[in-house]
Design a protein around this ligand. Sequence first.
Ligand code: NAI
Length: 418
Amino acid sequence: MSDIDVELGRRKLDWAREHMPIHAELRRLYGTLRPFAGLTVAVGSHIEAKTGVFIETLAAAGAEVLFTASVAATTQDDVVAALNEMDGIEGFARRAADTDECEANHDLVLERGPHFILDDAAELTARVVYRHPEQVGAIQGVCEQTATGVQRLRAMAKEGSLTFPAYAVNDTPMKHYFDNVHGTGESSLANLALVTNLLVAGKRVVVAGFGYCGRGVAHKARGWGARVTVTEIDPRTALRAHMEGFEVLPMSEAVTTADIIITTTGNRDVLRQEHFECMNDGVVLANAGHFSVEIALGVLQALARSEREVRPGIVEYRLANARKINVVAGAELVNLAAPTAMGHPVEVMDQTFAMQFVAALHLLQHRRQLTTGVHAVPDKVDREVAELKLATLGIRIDCLTAEQQRYLDVWRRNDISS
Ligand code: NAI
């Protein structure tokens, strides 16, 4: 008998729905019009309550929604069960799924020939292109929500294998200014603190990468009282970190004094053998980048004389030099895969998924004008979601006067009548 608590899943959805006012507005606007009626939409993402509200909003807008996990470890089975009770929604995800099962779930979704893919890290898009070419013709478009996925889509476009339009939703201001910076920043630190039960204040925290996520983590860690060092490979970004008051060092130097190291690069082997060998005793390592490749865990495991789970979600590796290295959540995303994790704050995902929704709608309405390849989401669409969000917060802003607009539109100062 299954021990999945469906009622708990329903309540998790209730709580998320309560705090996702943009989605409530989208359901109000499109619940009657049902623009996705007759279309199958595949959602690949972290399957938990906020994603659930996004999925039910797509279904309310008429779509047949098939969902699957972009990363199995972040799946909440009770939410999957609660979603599977709903009309027009079918899920293929399980937290305990291994890589084979996870890929088989992706196949089950793709074999149904979805018209749209709303993706996270281009997992479904890459799989349909390379493993299910027979289904590619059905695809009208893709919306991609994360930095790693956009990077992958651009690589696919470059090699000529992207034969449909894709919107880089990650690159919209309404997504990355908030989700990557505040969402990743707050939820990574919060989960790190919960899973370790250790103080962040006064610690030496190293943040690898000072992109959107890294900036968020670095600033929030400083706000919590940590002494923060940044590592980078881009000279301008490193300079930016320096000018924002952070110490900037190569990782080989930063590791020697670090108490906590958080990777946020989207790159592999950011922490590797040469770093493990000179880390402080008791250092805590966590990853907030999309894939569990940033910390070379296999190398650490091979170096370790022993390993044990010291707390739920933390494995301690003891090296030959007797130093202990603690890895949180198996080097998977600390804000999503740690035992305490619930992902980004609800309000942030209200924005991110609203961007996925409106980008998909725009794709649907303009697909005949769009060429194949990766496109920016039109600024107008982004602004509309920002306006919706401000309205839900009761925040009002100024409008340009006609004179101000004219002043901005012309380049000659003398053209402006006084
Ligand atoms: P970004 O492209 O803005 O930043 C990445 C930064 O890492 C860049 O500044 C780059 O120069 C730097 N970098 C690359 N290789 C490096 C290395 N070896 N050492 C030091 N720095 C290096 O990307 P963004 O938006 O910050 O995303 C980073 C990762 O986080 C991606 O994998 C993205 O998918 C993921 N992500 C995770 C979220 C979460 O919930 N944990 C939410 C949003 C994104």
